[in-house]
Ligand binder design. Structure first.
Ligand code: FAD
Length: 380
């Protein structure tokens, strides 16, 4: 068996993954729940997880001396907090299995000839093989898939996923660094929405809720050329009606307090003050003196603030490309192409992508394991 790699190093993405710690998988042990974290390919990964799931990943690494730990949000990392631990473990396995590695070898074409293959490299060299597994990762442009299209495969157009939203020069960016534990963000005029932590940055909005929304809406937002509006509910436990009732109660309970000084919700104080200012409420106004016009304007802002998004910023920590080879052309039991016998695929080259949290690697391990096992079986 031979691994061919176009750069001078194997596993360079693993090295930089998870901020250098490698978020190997997610501590989710229910296949249905896990598969809900893939904006594209959820049904496909569900089938793969029956062969090799999160528990198998944890066990696989543990059997090879690498213990994983779970963080509060479910992400799993090696206990060393170093991606090098994962790389060392994988490379030890490569050595143990006697796999040859050829680096600085870019495959330009794969020719399929009578169930055998010829790999043509950029320097003109040729390698023949009985089985080929393409695990080339995703590509950002459809033309970069041409060598796979020539084999008879169809490509779902690649689009960026997992990015943050820009709101250039909006006054809220003055609050950069502030995070809110739970907000609801909705794309205006669409059904797509997500709930989760939000981070205000100097260029706009980031944090898990934004990244998740960017992944689920990846294709739609590309169509809009990343110019669109969002509505944020800063208190997602309430809607405008229920918040009105809460405000009536607060006016009574906090009558003598100034609105600016006492924040009855768990919102960051600076954000609370920003919202009060934005709705035109005077600095020294007491709860008892709130008139219904002020209340309505303030409640509307808290439940339904609108922001115009102008462009995106790539989230460097865990960027993936949505799109790739269409899944109906792949047999999920073996990862073999339905178009070309003995040609296999694994990882991001297919039209599967997950949100952040270890989902992308789990899919890469699952698909790689199935392809490897199938090839080993066929080549006996
Ligand atoms: C900065 C960053 C951090 C990330 N962190 C995480 C994380 O913590 N957890 C998580 O789950 N996911 C993370 N991801 C996503 C994850 O890294 C990918 O989903 C995963 O690496 C995909 O694996 P792959 O094997 O399909 O492709 P890749 O890891 O991209 O590997 C493909 C390999 O093929 C080589 N190659 C490509 N074309 C050719 C060719 N023609 N000839 C020869 N070789 C070729 C490439 O050089 C590369 O080495 C992160 C991504 C980025 C960019």
């Amino acid at each position: 068996m031979i691994i061919v790699e176009k750069t001078s190093k194997l596993l360079s993405k693993v090295k930089i993954s998870g901020g250098g710690r490698c978020n190997v998988t997610h501590a989710c042990f229910d296949i249905n729940e896990m598969s809900k974290n893939y904006p594209r390919g959820g049904n496909f990964v569900k089938k793969l997880f029956h062969h090799f799931f999160t528990i198998d990943t944890i066990q696989w690494f543990e059997e090879r001396g690498v213990k994983l730990k779970k963080e509060n949000d479910g992400r799993m990392f090696p206990i060393t907090d170093s991606s090098q631990t994962i790389i060392d473990c994988l490379l030890r396995e490569v050595n143990k299995s006697g796999i040859d590695v050829i680096i600085n070898a870019e495959v330009k074409f794969v020719k399929s000839l009578n169930e055998k293959f010829e790999l043509v490299f950029s320097d003109g060299k040729i390698l023949t093989a009985d089985y080929v597994c393409v695990a080339s990762g995703g590509f950002s442009k459809i033309s970069m898939f041409d060598w796979l299209r020539k084999l008879g495969h169809t490509i779902e157009e690649p689009v960026p996923s997992l990015f943050t939203f820009n709101i250039p020069h909006h006054p809220i960016t003055k609050l950069m660094g502030i995070s809110v534990d739970k907000v609801r963000v909705k794309i205006k005029g669409e059904k797509l929405e997500q709930v989760g932590p939000l981070l205000i940055t100097h260029w706009g909005f980031s944090g898990p809720v934004i990244l998740k929304l960017s992944a689920w809406a990846a294709r739609l937002l590309k169509e809009k050329n990343w110019n669109f509006s969002i509505n944020i509910n800063w208190l997602p436990e309430f809607n405008e009606q229920t918040l009105k009732v809460k405000f009536q109660q607060l006016r009574f309970e906090m009558a003598t307090y100034k609105l600016f000084s006492k924040n009855p919700f768990d919102l960051p104080q600076r954000l609370w003050e920003f919202m009060l200012e934005l709705s035109g409420i005077k600095k020294d106004l007491r709860w008892a003196d709130l008139n219904s016009k002020d209340v309505n304007r303030f409640i509307h802002l808290l439940c339904d603030s609108e922001f115009e998004i102008k462009g995106k910023t790539t989230f460097k920590e865990e960027f993936v490309t949505a799109g790739g080879i269409k899944l109906n052309e792949i047999d999920h039991n073996t990862m073999m192409s339905k178009k070309v016998k003995n040609l296999f695929f694994a990882g991001e080259v297919l039209d599967v992508d997950g949100i952040t949290g270890g989902y992308n690697f789990q899919y890469a391990w699952s698909s790689g394991f199935i392809a490897g096992k199938a090839i080993a079986g066929f080549s006996k």
